[in-house]
Design a protein around this ligand. Structure first.
Ligand code: CA
Length: 238
């Protein structure tokens, strides 16, 4: 993680669970972020409006004002700050609802701090325009492919393909790391996390599935490339 990408960035944590709020604060500060904290939704909303942070980590179930209402309020105020929802509720309805209300990312508790920090960095990079032309809220485009994150699907040349949650997470990870050769082990840690026990073959299987959906010729991929001896690399413009 490069220090300059985090330096000076201000992250607002809106979380009523004290232990988690403190752990998040410590993890973010150790990466060089400045941390603002709120224990309830109303305080979080006021702090976001007043301090204009670079990123908001937002719990959903909060005292005084719930996370959805905070998010809606921020977007109605035309605040475009990237918002990552942190919630124990992992149901698809909640994810879709979150994206419809203008969330930029959604992380289901419990999560690893490492994954959280990687996603925070990716959101800040995206907000700074680090991956030009690829991502906008809830959608991504490359070549003839349009990805709809909220709809768990992508469209290539007019044909719609459904995506499993893991396919979607993997594709998002590739998009966030466009142009970088990624080792299988790193991808596994980031996308599958420590709580599951996939093998490197799991990645290969998912890459094959993704290639069938995004590539014109899955056997001769243009976007999702094999890097021999390393893993994979995604390029948005072949
Ligand atoms: Ca809560």
């Amino acid at each position: 993680m490069s220090p300059e990408s985090a330096a000076g960035a201000r992250v607002l944590i809106v979380e009523d669970e004290e232990a988690l709020r403190l752990a998040l604060g410590d993890a973010l500060r150790s990466e060089g972020f400045t941390v603002l904290e709120a224990e309830d939704g109303e305080a979080g909303y006021e702090l976001a409006v007043r301090e204009d942070p670079d990123l908001v980590l937002l719990d959903l179930m909060l005292p005084r004002r719930d996370g959805y209402s905070v998010l809606k309020g921020l977007r109605q105020d035309r605040l475009t700050v990237p918002v990552m929802i942190l919630s124990a509720r992992g149901e698809e309805w909640d994810r879709v609802q979150g994206f419809e209300f203008g969330a930029d990312d959604y992380l289901v508790k419990p999560f690893s701090m490492r994954e959280l920090l990687m996603r925070v960095q990716a959101l800040l990079r995206r907000a700074k325009g680090g991956t030009p032309g690829i991502q906008e809220r809830g959608r991504a485009r490359f070549g003839a492919v349009e990805v709809d994150f909220a709809g768990y699907s992508l469209t290539r040349e007019g044909v719609r393909h459904g995506l499993s949650r893991k396919e979607l997470d993997l594709l998002r990870y590739f998009l966030d790391h466009e142009g970088q050769a990624l080792e299988r082990g790193v991808i596994l840690d980031a996308v599958w996390g420590a709580d599951e026990f996939p093998t490197t073959r799991t990645i290969d299987t998912h890459v094959l599935k993704l290639r069938k959906k995004i590539e014109a010729h899955p056997d001769q991929p243009e976007f999702l490339l094999t890097v021999h001896g390393v893993g994979y690399k995604f390029v948005a413009t072949p």
